[in-house]
Design a protein around this ligand. Structure first.
Ligand SMILES: C=CC1=C(C)c2cc3[nH]c(cc4nc(cc5[nH]c(cc1n2)c(C)c5CCC(=O)O)C(CCC(=O)O)=C4C)c(C)c3C=C
Ligand SMILES: [Fe+2]
Length: 494
């Protein structure tokens, strides 16, 4: 292990261990003492005041009880800038508030009496300004679940991400400029969070709802830190992607697992992850409602073809890596159409995949190619339905509403309409709230501490502890004597 400096905090529950950076071990004593006085005086720690030469070189671990101490450094690493943790890039907007640590929040949830429910909404995130576009793209392409390199070539991930993000930025910027200069995703997701919180309240559940974005602010790591500070005791994780893909829900959950594995509090926090929810009745009915309503905008509603356009993924995800995304998408479309048929809506429908990036094969058929074919075949009315995402974003507002609409009209389609994303649709929000309620009881620790008989006896039963101590000492004494005897014998034989 690395070199450690420790502070003798005369507090009964906390031990403080510093892992110094390679060149700043002399900061450690100062930092440790400062930290202890912070805890004693205010119960809070300002991590960044600890080492005035190179704060980022000093990692801090708080061990909340003697067991953690015995097991090594199970405490979190609270000083780390969430975006720096994964080496994500973005403007340095780390606030003082988020760097100040509530020490009590690090206590494992088993010590907390009152239940405090948290809901973590996971989403992709999007650049808020045109200047954010390239660093956002860097974060996206630096994700090994987005560009899947063979293990041997992983060292190329970040240089490649840099190259691709710089090359793609001009095209992406054009797209974001066309929809007002940034992604609306953060605002919409925040509104959804509030709506879900209210829906849960009407169902009698008080909760904190957090938003954790994968590639832009507020990053998932920031949300997790807030969950710790708020002393959440039970957490439901709800990715805002109806269908599971390795590249979306899979990637976000991988980050969660990474963060939770390393942390004493989070590893024992009961968590329930809703991996996909495309088959939920409330979601299917809400989609059917929107489609049914939008069909009425055509002069001949029955003539319009329902054109489901899903975000694509590379074929290799499905065929080599076992991504269930295509299967779930097809089932989802089947369920929506079944619901519509039950309502007497039996329009023709088709599914195609949009937004492919790079030279590899993506799921087919491609949206742009299908639009041209449909025009050639004589389809005159088309209702586009974005189906892999529940908020408006660049791929609905720019790609579908502008690029694909133009292509469709050029290809001979005369009447075009699009179903809005679900956003804050009340029946949809209610259904998400129901999904949370249903998931709550099955929450369990991601990484439960393996409690040894030693832990149980020592911590819970002092009588057993002393009996063990007595017999342990007795056996140690016998062993001591026998080793003396063996040595004596050996010496004697030689
Ligand atoms: C279910 C939804 C999505 C899947 C699956 C998905 C996979 C995926 N995406 C890229 C590359 C890009 N995605 C971009 C933006 C973007 N992607 C999704 C959703 C899914 N992506 C959304 C909602 C957004 C828009 C966010 C916003 O700004 O509002 C972009 C950036 C935009 C652009 O340049 O086109 C890229 C690039 C890959 C490579 C991939 C699967 C491997
Ligand atoms: Fe994407």
């Amino acid at each position: 292990m690395m070199q450690f400096g420790a502070a003798a905090c005369d507090l009964d529950r906390f031990s403080v261990v510093f892992r110094p950076g390679p060149r700043h071990t002399d900061c450690v004593t100062f930092a440790a003492n400062k930290l202890c006085s912070d805890i004693r005086n205010s119960g809070r720690v300002d991590c960044h005041s600890n080492c005035n030469r190179s704060t980022s070189q000093v990692s801090l671990f708080l061990c909340s009880d003697s067991t953690n101490r015995r097991n090594g450094l199970l405490g979190g690493s609270p000083c780390v800038n969430p975006s720096g943790r994964r080496n994500l890039v973005g403007p340095a907007s780390y606030s003082v508030e988020t760097s100040a640590y509530d020490v009590a929040a690090l206590e494992p949830p088993t010590h907390v009496a009152e239940e405090k429910v948290g809901v973590l909404l996971l989403n992709l995130g999007g650049p808020e300004t045109l200047n954010d576009v390239q660093p956002f793209l860097f974060n996206l392409f630096a994700d090994p679940d987005i560009i899947r390199l063979p293990r041997l070539f992983r060292f190329l991930q970040r240089p490649l991400a840099k190259l691709i993000s710089v090359l793609r930025a001009p095209k992406s910027k054009e797209g974001y400029a066309a929809i007002g200069g940034g992604s609306p995703l953060r605002k919409i997701t925040d509104d959804q969070a509030l709506a879900i919180k209210k829906a849960l309240e009407t169902k009698g559940l008080s909760s904190n709802v957090y938003v954790g974005m994968r590639y832009w602010y507020p990053f998932t790591e920031e949300a997790i830190q807030q969950i710790k500070r708020d002393r959440i005791t039970r957490l439901v994780v709800l990715p805002l992607y109806p269908q599971f893909s390795i590249s979306t829900t899979g990637s976000s959950v991988r980050i969660l697992e990474q963060e939770f594995r390393e942390d004493a509090y989070l590893s024992t926090l009961p968590v329930s992850i809703i991996n996909s929810w495309y088959q939920r009745e409330g979601y299917i009915k809400s989609m059917a409602d929107l489609i049914e309503k939008e069909l009425q905008s055509f002069s001949e509603p029955k003539e319009a073809m329902i054109f489901f356009s899903a975000h694509g993924v590379p074929v290799s995800y499905v065929e080599d890596a076992g991504d269930p995304y295509r299967d779930q998408m097809e089932e989802c479309i089947f369920l929506i159409m079944q619901e519509l048929k039950a309502r007497g809506v039996s329009n023709e429908h088709t599914l195609a995949y949009q937004s492919r990036v790079g030279p590899v094969q993506w799921l087919k058929p491609y949206t742009d190619e299908v639009l041209v074919e449909l025009g050639k075949k004589g389809v005159r009315s088309l209702l586009a339905v974005p189906v892999s995402f529940v908020s408006e974003h660049i791929e609905t507002l720019e790609e579908i509403d502008m690029e694909y609409k133009e292509l469709a009209l050029e290809s001979g389609i005369k009447n075009w309409a699009r179903v809005p994303a679900l956003g804050l649709t009340p029946s949809f929000i209610t259904d998400l709230a129901d999904a949370v309620m249903e998931a709550l009881p099955s929450a369990k620790a991601m990484y439960p501490r393996i409690s040894t008989s030693e832990d149980v006896d020592h911590e819970n039963d002092p009588v057993k502890y002393f009996i063990k101590l007595f017999f342990g000492s007795f056996f140690a004494f016998i062993l001591f004597l026998s080793s003396k005897m063996i040595t004596a014998f050996r010496n004697h034989v030689i």
